[in-house]
Every structure is written in C-alpha cells, then in structure tokens.
Design a protein. Structure first.
Length: 337
C-alpha cells in the first residue's frame, strides 16, 4: 500500500474515533453535568406558593424560605400565585425551566386530591413535577365563630342533626384537605352542613371571625392565633392524635367518631427534569434545616411536625395518596367542572 493511501486510511480512522468519542461525551456528560449543581444557587430562587398570603402554606413557606436564603447566601423569594385551588401556581412551576430556580411549595390538596376532582388539569403531578421533600405534616382543626351554639364536637353534631339545621363550613378551597375532612365528618355523623370554598385559608379565617360563616376546617397554624385571642373557638382536631402544639384540644375520634384521622402535608417540588444533583442539594439543605432545634420548635408551635423525607419517599407518598383520595372523592360525589 502506498504512503498516501496509508495516510488517508489513518486519517479516516482518527476522524471516526473522534466522532465516537464526541458522541459518548454527549450521551454521558459525566462530571460536566455536575458543574451547575456545584455552583447552585448563584442567583435568587422563586418559591411559588399557589395560595393566598396568610394561609398555612404561606406561613410555612416563608419560614423555610428564610432559612434557605441564609443557608444558600441567595434570596429565596416567596411568590403567592393563588387560584383554581392551587392549580395556577402549580402549573407555573410545572412549565418552568428545570434548573432549580423556580420551586413549588405544594399542599397535598393540589397534588393528590385535585387530580380526582378535575376532569382535566394543565399538568400531571407525577410526570411534570419532581419531588424534593415533604416539609411538614399538619393536623387540621375544626373551629367556629364564638357565637355558634356549640363548643364541643358532640354539641356540634347535635346541632347539625336538627331538622332545621343549616350550617355552613368553609375551607381553603374546593377539594382541599379541609373540605374533604368536613365532607367525611358529614358522612360519618349525619351533620347537615354545606361547604363554602375560598381561595386560601387566610380569607376563610377572616370570614369566620367576622361571622359570615360559622365553621371552618383548616390547619392549626392558620387558626391558632385567633384561638388564642378568643376570636375563634376550637371544636376538635381531625388528626388521629392530639397535636403537640395544642394538647388541650381533643380529636374528632375522642368526640365520638372512632377512627377519624385526616391531616395535611406540605412539601417542595421542582419542575420535572431538574438535574438530580440540584434536587439532591436542595433536599440535603432542607433536611438539615428541618432538624434544627429552633425550626422544630417553631413548626410545633404552629401545630406542624417537620418531616424532611427523601425525594424517593416523597414520590411514594404522592402515589399512595393519589389512590387514597380518589376513593374518598368518589364516595363523596365531589367534582369540579
């Protein structure tokens, strides 16, 4: 073989090898993909709360956002985007750039109840969002305007069973955990009452304090300041056991409805396809924050139990709760057009 032919063949082999190496690097970028996570975050982070200011999710989101700001040295900006029972704010995050700079502070109602309530959602929870960690488990509480002629669950049941009963109860939104807790209480006790939906826990509390609506099922964190000031009275906790932050308030089960146990959770999710190193970094920092003594005390004072579980565990909870609430929604005959 003449030298020119040899040089030509060698050139083709080198070109082929370079092409193969380039393809391998593109397919498996390796350490290069970790570089953005190593620098993350190098600019402010938006933490979307899909409910109004003053509600439970807003209270906890601002506590966590402040701690993350300090830990990362970058501002975590809490942005309230209420509407459609949390769907509007959630959809913003589901369609955001998957880079870790737009996060969702989600409530279980939006994540695992709405898919059973709405015939069509603009997002798919399991496909379009990446779990980072549940932040807190929150027991719900039934509270009433002080003028209501019932101060305990047995008294409320007796009042609500009267033939002329026409009670209203409110919650943070149609299909929220508070709404379904009220519907479950109706089915278990025979109380005659109708649901009044709000766009967030803050306004719902305001109207019960003002007497426009007599009853509210909400998170203890939302109602607690009003209970302590005497503007609301506590009827019962909906959780299976008394809340550490309110040990004197009995549960619905203690009030004569055995086995009643409804709590809510809040967690942080990112858009799907957010790099795993970024998810892991967020989770590690959240887990550390939620183990801090001052954070745990503050959460428990507000009636919440810090969690900090892994992305994988959080994904498992979402899957299980989707199935659980689908059954309850179907039994209650609730739907949103």
């Amino acid at each position: 073989m003449d030298p020119d032919t040899q040089r030509c063949g060698r050139g083709r082999r080198l070109a082929l090898a370079a092409s193969l190496l380039s393809a391998l690097l593109l397919a498996n970028p390796g350490p290069a993909s970790a570089q953005p996570a190593a620098r993350y975050p190098d600019k402010p982070i938006r933490l979307i709360v899909p409910f109004a200011v003053g509600g439970t999710s807003d209270v906890f989101a601002r506590l966590v956002g402040q701690k993350l700001s300090t830990a990362f040295g970058q501002q975590v900006v809490v942005e309230n985007r209420p509407g459609a029972n949390g769907n509007i704010g959630t959809d913003i995050v589901a369609k955001a750039e998957p880079d870790g700079y737009t996060l969702l502070f989600a409530a279980d109602g939006t994540m695992v109840i709405n898919p059973s309530l709405y015939e069509k959602l603009p997002f798919n929870v399991e496909r379009d969002l990446a779990p980072v960690s549940r932040v807190v488990l929150v027991p719900l509480i039934i509270v009433a305007n002080p003028q209501l002629k019932a101060s305990t669950l047995p008294e409320l049941v007796a009042l609500g069973r009267r033939a002329d009963a026409d009670l209203d109860f409110s919650s943070a939104g149609l299909g929220s955990t508070g709404h379904l807790a009220g519907e479950l209480l109706k089915s278990r006790t025979g109380i005659r009452m109708s649901h009044v939906a709000y766009k967030g826990g803050g306004q719902a509390v305001t109207d019960v304090v003002g007497g426009q609506v007599p009853l509210l099922v909400t998170a203890l964190a939302t109602a607690d300041p009003f209970i302590k000031s005497g503007k609301l009275k506590a009827i019962a906790m909906t959780s299976g056991k008394r809340a550490a932050g309110a040990p004197d308030i009995p549960t619905v089960a203690e009030g004569g409805v055995p086995g009643f146990d409804v709590s809510s959770w809040y967690g942080i999710l990112a858009p799907a396809r957010t790099p795993a190193p970024v998810i892991d970094k967020l989770h590690a920092e959240l887990a550390r924050i939620l183990q801090a003594d001052d954070v745990r005390r503050r959460f428990r004072d507000l009636g919440g139990e810090p969690i900090g579980d892994t992305p994988q565990a959080f994904a498992g909870v979402i899957k299980e709760d989707l199935a659980k609430w689908a059954r309850i929604v179907k039994d209650a005959g609730i739907s949103v057009q």
